[in-house]
Every structure is written in C-alpha cells, then in structure tokens.
Design a protein around this ligand. Structure first.
Ligand code: ATP
Ligand code: MG
Length: 265
C-alpha cells in the first residue's frame, strides 16, 4: 500500500475526466486560523462522485474545521472550495444545504420533539396550496426509508427519539439521498454505535455511494474507516500527512495508517 501523497502524485489528478472520475468537491490550498492557531493549513483534496473518503487524524488535527468550512459554518481564510467545479463560498449551513451539501453533525440535526416524517422534511416541507401536505410527506418518508432499507420502523409518526442511533443515522442519510444532495458529510457517524448498528450504517453509506453521492466521513477508528471507504486522508497538525487508496482491510494497512496518524515512521 502506498502513501499516495508521498509518492508525489499530483494533487489535482482528478480534474474533470481524469481517471474517469468526476469530482464533486475540491479543496485547493484551504487554510483557517483561529488567532495564533492554524487549525487547517493549506489543505487540498478532492472527493469524487460515488466515492467514500475518510478523513482520519488525532484530536485537534483539523478535521471538524474542514467539515465546517465545507458546510458553511466557517469561512476559510485562504484557498478555494469548489462544488461540481464551481467556487463555493457559503456563509451558513443553509446555503450549503441548498447547494447540495448534506452534513450530518454529531448531534444529527434531528429535532427530538418531532416525529420521523417531520424530521425527514424539516426545512423542506411539502405543501398543497398554503397547507402542509401531511399525507404526501408521510408516504414519501415511508417510501424513502423503505428504499434505503430501513424497513423495521413501526411508524413514521413515532418520535425520532424512539429510533436507535443507527436508525437515526439512516434517517439522516436517507434524507440526503432523497433530496438528491451531491455531497454527504458524516462527522463520526459510528462513534456511539454498537457493532451491529455500525454495519447497518455502513450499508446505508454504501447505498448513498451507489446513488452517486460523494461521501466524506470523519472517523477515529482506522479499521472501520478502511472497511467503509475507498480512500483515506490522514491529517496531522492541520495539514494532509498521508493519503491511501483502500484496497481492503488488512492488519498491515491498519498499522501503516495508524503510524501516519501518530506521525511515527
Ligand atoms: N472555534 C474555534 N476557536 C478556536 N480554536 C478552534 C476552534 N475550533 C477549533 N479550534 C482549534 O483548531 C484546531 C483543530 O480543531 P478541530 O476541531 O478541527 O480538530 P479535529 O480534528 O476535529 O479534532 P477531534 O478529533 O478532537 O474532533 C484545534 O487546535 C482546536 O483547538
Ligand atoms: Mg472534530
């Protein structure tokens, strides 16, 4: 397994058409300072259509800051972010969502006091004239969750807090697929999940990938990251330290990636 970055591979190898892969999102020299701290330092990376990219790194490496710049929570100090080739400078998360970036933050952005279908259509409610089209939103939610394989839900009328952590992730992923988002970002999607639930979420990620979404995953567990992603990027002290194409999970690869995370070797 090669560290693609150290092999001197061109960073912009994925311009439209290159390798037959279409870039969904490109970061080019993106930098973010917080006072004297450089949280993200000259980061360039690309996520393609139908590709799962995992971003790994120790605490404080700059992962969440990258997610926040992509999703419009922070504005970068330097560099450019392009969505489907067009410069994207979002000033808030809503703008980013409208442009096709679905970010599932750790708290999932679900409203605990609302039921499943209300959460599904939150901020994008279907209307019939001036009234909410409840009937259609219920049935659309049922069908969308059915399509993503979430079939054991008792009812879309139940409170979202009745759902397991994995089911809540599935709901968020299903929503991104339904609204035809281009990029799905999941920040530590499996941090609080059991093994079984983690595998379930990985299946849903696979479905989002099949629909052609680019997926950016923030992970802490290397083994899991290798299991679900096509490529991993390791960040250290705000910079990209290494990049690997994932060909499968083997113990040696886990060790190599972990060494890159801790900066050994
Ligand atoms: N709003 C902020 N104000 C000041 N400093 C910040 C802010 N957000 C992040 N930082 C700093 O930027 C650096 C990168 O933080 P970031 O949250 O991006 O790391 P991370 O890789 O997501 O870490 P973790 O794995 O712990 O979530 C850290 O040194 C952090 O203290
Ligand atoms: Mg973080």
């Amino acid at each position: 397994m090669k560290n693609v970055r150290e092999q001197g591979a061109p960073r912009d190898a994925a311009k439209p058409g290159a390798n037959g892969r279409t870039p969904v999102l490109e970061l080019d020299g993106v930098t973010k300072h917080f006072g004297a701290v450089t949280a993200v330092d000259n980061v360039s990376l690309t996520i393609h259509k139908g590709e799962v990219l995992a971003l790994l790194g120790d605490n404080g490496a700059g992962k969440s800051t990258i997610v926040k710049m992509i999703s419009g929570v922070f504005v970068s100090d330097e560099g450019t972010i392009r969505l489907e080739g067009r410069t994207a400078a979002f000033h808030n998360a809503k703008q980013a969502r409208r442009a096709g970036i679905a970010t599932v933050f750790q708290d999932l952005g679900l409203v605990p006091t609302m039921n499943v279908w209300r959460n599904f259509f939150l901020g994008a409610e279907l209307k019939s004239g001036v009234r909410l089209d409840v009937k259609r939103m219920r049935s659309e939610t049922e069908q969308a969750l059915e399509r993503i394989g979430l079939r054991n839900l008792r009812s879309v009328d139940q409170g979202v807090t009745n759902l397991s952590g994995g089911e809540q992730q599935a709901l968020s992923i299903g929503r991104a697929v339904y609204f035809e988002q281009k990029l799905l970002i999941l920040d530590e999607p499996t941090a609080a999940l059991s093994v079984k639930e983690t595998n379930m979420v990985f299946e849903y990620i696979g479905l989002a990938k099949k629909q052609g979404l680019g997926v950016l995953l923030i992970m802490h567990n290397t083994q899991q990251a290798l299991q679900v992603s096509d490529r991993v990027i390791v960040m250290r002290h705000g910079s990209v330290a290494a990049e690997f194409e994932v060909k499968g999970v083997d113990p040696e690869m886990v060790l190599t990636v972990d060494a890159a995370i801790s900066g050994v070797g």
